[in-house]
Structure formats: structure tokens, C-alpha cells
Design a protein around this ligand. Structure first.
Ligand code: HSE
Length: 327
């Protein structure tokens, strides 16, 4: 069997989850990929931290070029987060004919066209299932099985941290700060949770969904966005008393030939299908002109669900590409 060599950039929550999942399900993953998968190098500054995994220290590198310029690297998994230097690293990897897998919604949303064009020009894969909906294979679904549809709407809960906070405040009586701390401890939140609570993480994901579903790139900063940081306990209790829950929704629809979009907290009746989506779970409705309405539901944040999407992308690249890994 051939061996696919991976350069992993970032050993934070998702990088560690990816490393763990590969160890946990190696036989299943390699059988699906038709190749041995070897994480050869890890670009990570913090080599001392106890992550609950055993990593050969010689794999660590502080030099991005030792991955990006190494002719032996087949796939770069970028899990650094943040727009830069992650975007430059991904462009450099693709320009050096390496396939790229990332979970980095901020970087993709900021430079969707540039990154997509770079992958096309270099004839390499650029896959980012983990960027939207965590473990839910929403991007695979809309770009493969549902491609025969014209889409007219997408609506959903696409941020696990805020959904976790709202659920904990509403159903378990936690205060905002305690709920946020708990979301951070569970590895749901961004390094800077402002992106979660102010809605920009949801806007990044909506940018990606709109680009893939409607073929229209809308900059995340052009999406009207309101987060949950101003929602008070009193508002949550008031909603609860009237048989409702507050949820942070991202939505886009074609109306009178125009695309309308936004991210905002919405008061939903308890019998609305999205009202029962709790904690770090995400749920995304899509509506297509042939298939009708579909709802995708699952864990939208957290190390292992996100790693499931990352390694799913690695497997798909391995299966599609006969030219990597050698024999
Ligand atoms: N911080 C993100 C969330 C991680 O809570 O949804 C998954 O994209």
C-alpha cells in the first residue's frame, strides 16, 4: 500500500482531535483511503503541552517551509485558525502542488475566490468540510449529491459555542460567563471567542454556504450580523415563559431574484424544529427546487466531530488522487 505523507499545521483542539482520531480509527481510515496515512511533520510552537496524545518529538517543526516546501509532503492539513499566516501557508502549499485540507472558515470566507482559483490553477484539491457544521457533511452534500438542484434557501444554527451558551443559560440556569467558560473548556470556542459570540463565525460559515449554494461570494463583513453578547438572562427567561427559545440563526434566501442574508438571534416557538437543537449541535435546513426541504443535524463543534470531517477530506483526496503517495 502507498503512504500518504501529511504535514499538520497546528496542534490545538482540532489538530489534537485529528491526531487522536487517526490513532483511534487508523485501520478504518487507511482501508477507506487505500493508503497508509502518516503525519510526518507538525508545525506547532508549543511542544511541551500535555495533549493526552503521544507524539514523537522529532515530528515537531517551527519552520513552516519544512512542510510547505518539502517535496515529500502530499497533503497539508491547516488547523492553525485565523486569517494569517494560515492563508499564505495554504496558497504556498497549493503553489507547491500539495493538496490542502482545512477547517479554517475565517480564512476561506476572507479569500474564497483566491484559494479556490489557486487550487484549480495548481490541479490540487482544496477541501474544507470541517469549516462549516463541524462533523455534519453539509458541504459534501450540497456539492455532490444535491448538485442537480437550484437552491433557494439555507437557514440554520451554525455556531456550536453560542448554541451551547444559549442552551446552558435557558435550560440549566447558567450565567453567560460560566456558560462561555464551559464552552471554551470543551474545545468548542474559537481562540478568541468574540468571533463566536458576536456572530462573525456564523457569518464566515454563511459566506461559504452562499458561495457553494448560490455561486455568489459575499464578504462576511457585508453580512448584517448580530451576535448573542447583548442577550440578557431576562430576555431568555421571557422567551422561555412564552414557550420559546432564542437561537442564533444564519440565513440566506433568494427573494424576487435577489439574495438576502443575515445572522441574528431569533425567538423561536418551542415546536420549531430548530428550537430543540441544543448545546454544541448545529442544524442546517437547505431547500432545493427538486429535492425540497432537507435538514442536516449533528455536532457542529468539538475536536472529534471536526476531526471526522478533516479526515473524511483526507480520505477523499487519497481515493481521488492516483498521483500521490507513491507505492
Ligand atoms: N467555534 C466554532 C463553533 C467551532 O463554536 O461553532 C466550529 O466551527
Amino acid at each position: 500500500m502507498k503512504t500518504i505523507k501529511i504535514g499538520l499545521m497546528g496542534l490545538g483542539n482540532i489538530g489534537t482531535g485529528t491526531y487522536k482520531l487517526l490513532e483511534m480509527n487508523r485501520r478504518q481510515i487507511e482501508s477507506a483511503a487505500g493508503a497508509h496515512i502518516s503525519i510526518d511533520k507538525i508545525f506547532e510552537k508549543d511542544v511541551e503541552k500535555d495533549r493526552g496524545i503521544s507524539v514523537d518529538p522529532s515530528k515537531f517543526t517551527q519552520d513552516p517551509d519544512s512542510i510547505l516546501k518539502d517535496p515529500g509532503t502530499d497533503i497539508v492539513i491547516e488547523l492553525l485558525g485565523g486569517i494569517q499566516p494560515a492563508t499564505d501557508f495554504m496558497l504556498e502549499a497549493m503553489n507547491n502542488k500539495k493538496h490542502v485540507v482545512t477547517a479554517n472558515k475565517a480564512a476561506i470566507a476572507a479569500s474564497f475566490d483566491k484559494l479556490s482559483k489557486c487550487s484549480e490553477e495548481n490541479g490540487v484539491a482544496f477541501r474544507f468540510e470541517a469549516s462549516t457544521g463541524g462533523g455534519i457533511p453539509i458541504l459534501n452534500a450540497i456539492t455532490t449529491a444535491l448538485q442537480a438542484n437550484e437552491f433557494h434557501e439555507v437557514l440554520g444554527i451554525v455556531n456550536g459555542t453560542t448554541n451551547y451558551i444559549l442552551t446552558q443559560m435557558s435550560d440549566f440556569g447558567l450565567g453567560y460567563e460560566d456558560a462561555l467558560k464551559s464552552a471554551q473548556a470543551k474545545g468548542f470556542a474559537e481562540a478568541d471567542p468574540t468571533a463566536d459570540v458576536e456572530g462573525s463565525d456564523s457569518a464566515n460559515k454563511l459566506t461559504i454556504l452562499m458561495a457553494l449554494m448560490f455561486g455568489k461570494y459575499v464578504k462576511p463583513e457585508d453580512i448584517p450580523t448580530e451576535g448573542i453578547s447583548k442577550i440578557t438572562k431576562a430576555q431568555i427567561e421571557e422567551a422561555k415563559a412564552s414557550g420559546c427559545r432564542i437561537k442564533l440563526l444564519a440565513s440566506a434566501r433568494i427573494k424576487d431574484g435577489k439574495l438576502e442574508y443575515g445572522v441574528e438571534p431569533v425567538v423561536l416557538k418551542n415546536d420549531h424544529p430548530l428550537a430543540g437543537v441544543g448545546n454544541e449541535f448545529n442544524a442546517i435546513f437547505v431547500s432545493g427546487n427538486a429535492v425540497g426541504d432537507l435538514m442536516f443535524y449533528g455536532k457542529g463543534a468539538g475536536p472529534l466531530p471536526t476531526a471526522s470531517a478533516v479526515l473524511g477530506d483526507v480520505i477523499q483526496i487519497a481515493r481521488a488522487s492516483k498521483t500521490i503517495g507513491g507505492e
